[in-house]
Design a protein around this ligand. Structure first.
Ligand SMILES: Cc1cc2nc3c(=O)[nH]c(=O)nc-3n(C[C@H](O)[C@H](O)[C@H](O)COP(=O)(O)OP(=O)(O)OC[C@H]3O[C@@H](n4cnc5c(N)ncnc54)[C@H](O)[C@@H]3O)c2cc1C
Length: 377
């Protein structure tokens, strides 16, 4: 796999050793797109009962409960965590403590490495395997395996799009210069002000929060939601659909008030589509750890545009990546994402309404205004 100028990995075949069997094209999930074929499906809202797990998770901590079910059966779990220098990479956990590294979404394309091969090895040894990731990563796994395994449990997310590892590296470089000390953790979705107004937080030694900014002022998040930093294929994603081959599809539920007053406590809720009998069994058997509410599956997906539609390319994307390779990271980020008075005022408005518990009402307004503004800039 070779990295291009935008920081994304692409396969490169060595023409001297390639035997031209064509298998790579036969199994390619982008060439052979699976249609969105209706099948039985149930939907749930879930909130983990353990306060620490809930605090550390992106949404309601469903993933940790599903992973625990697999570990309880002597299985292994694969998900996106950090390497020692905070690159986002797929890796394995075989104990409860290690599940911590998967909690909290990392809005960067994760490096799959050898995990498909390793998954196959574990499956052939008869181990229960949980594999999680973006829809394209899971379709890649299925294509690689080429046959179903009874001991495989799969989780994909509803995915807005996947940002560039280069943008993230440059962002970390700029943050290191500003903060000066070593990082011990990075939370893309810290619940510092609660679930509905999450922040990008950088944690230093002794668990001190060295930096935390919301989607209004944090550059990494602004570049993500302005659709400036994401992989070119995300603009025509082949995996945007409702009926999937995975057992679970998990995503956020900011509009939880539509479904439940009890779960609307600003601590986070995971919305789940269960695509298989196994998924329903796992949720039932995990009910001692989870608050679970079954909802109508049509209502669950209503208005979830990230599930069905690819994002639109930001017209300044090409210029942004040229500058990213030429300019100092801080200068480049400031050029494309200046923090103006409007951003500062918006941040204050978000902060105060979050503190007063009114944030959910104005979030919809910000979304409508900003969604279009960032893309046009
Ligand atoms: C790139 C990306 C885009 C997303 N876009 C949306 C969106 O537009 N709308 C929405 O509602 N939800 C989106 N999600 C899903 C959401 O952020 C939560 O992952 C989901 O709600 C599950 O939360 P949880 O508390 O149950 O899980 P957590 O305990 O927080 O677990 C996170 C799970 O996500 C996986 N993961 C984390 N980072 C990555 C990564 N870089 N690549 C692959 N897998 C990863 C972990 O392996 C783990 O399985 C996105 C997630 C990712 C990774």
């Amino acid at each position: 796999m070779c990295e291009d100028d935008e920081g994304f990995l692409y396969p490169a075949a060595d023409e001297n050793t390639c035997i031209e069997c064509g298998l790579c094209e036969v199994v390619c999930p982008v060439i052979h797109v699976q249609p969105d074929v209706e099948k039985e499906q149930r939907a749930y809202l879930v909130q983990h009962k353990n306060e620490q797990v809930l605090r550390e998770s992106t949404s309601g901590g469903a993933f940790t409960a599903i992973a625990r079910w697999v570990l309880d059966r002597g299985g292994v779990v694969c998900g996106a965590g950090f390497s020692t220098d905070f690159e986002v990479v797929h890796q394995w956990a075989n104990c409860y403590e290690d599940l911590r590294m998967f909690r909290n979404s990392k809005y960067v394309q994760s490096r799959i490495g050898n995990t498909y091969k390793e998954a196959k090895q574990f499956l052939m040894e008869g181990k229960c395997v949980l594999f999680s990731g973006t829809p394209c990563q899971l379709e890649g796994l299925f294509s690689f395996l080429r046959k179903p395994y009874e001991n495989l449990v799969t989780v994909d997310v509803v995915c807005h799009a996947c940002p560039s590892p280069l943008v993230y590296r440059k962002y970390l470089e700029a943050q290191k210069k500003k903060i000066g000390s070593e990082f011990t953790n990075i939370l893309f979705r810290d619940k510092y002000y609660g679930y509905k107004y999450s922040t990008m937080s950088i944690i230093g030694c002794n668990d001190s929060i060295e930096y935390h900014e919301g989607i209004d002022t944090d550059i990494m998040m602004r570049a993500f939601f302005a659709n400036m930093s994401v992989r070119p294929s995300c603009y025509q994603c082949a995996f945007k659909k409702r009926y999937r081959n995975t057992d679970f599809t998990i995503w956020d539920c900011f509009d939880v008030d539509k479904f439940s007053k009890e779960l609307d406590n600003d601590k986070g809720v995971t919305r789940i589509l269960a695509h298989s009998d196994l998924a329903n069994i796992i949720l039932k058997e995990s009910s001692s750890q989870l608050k679970v509410l079954e909802i109508n599956s049509n209502k669950a997906v209503e208005g979830v545009k990230e599930m069905f539609h690819s994002v639109s390319m930001n017209p300044k994307r090409e210029a942004f990546f040229v500058d990213l390779n030429l300019l100092d990271a801080e200068v480049c980020f400031h050029k494309y994402f200046p923090v103006t008075l409007r951003h500062r005022l918006e941040k204050q408005a978000r902060l105060w309404t979050a503190r007063l518990g009114l944030y959910k009402y104005i979030k919809k307004i910000f979304k409508a205004i900003n969604g279009n503004r960032e893309i046009k800039r």
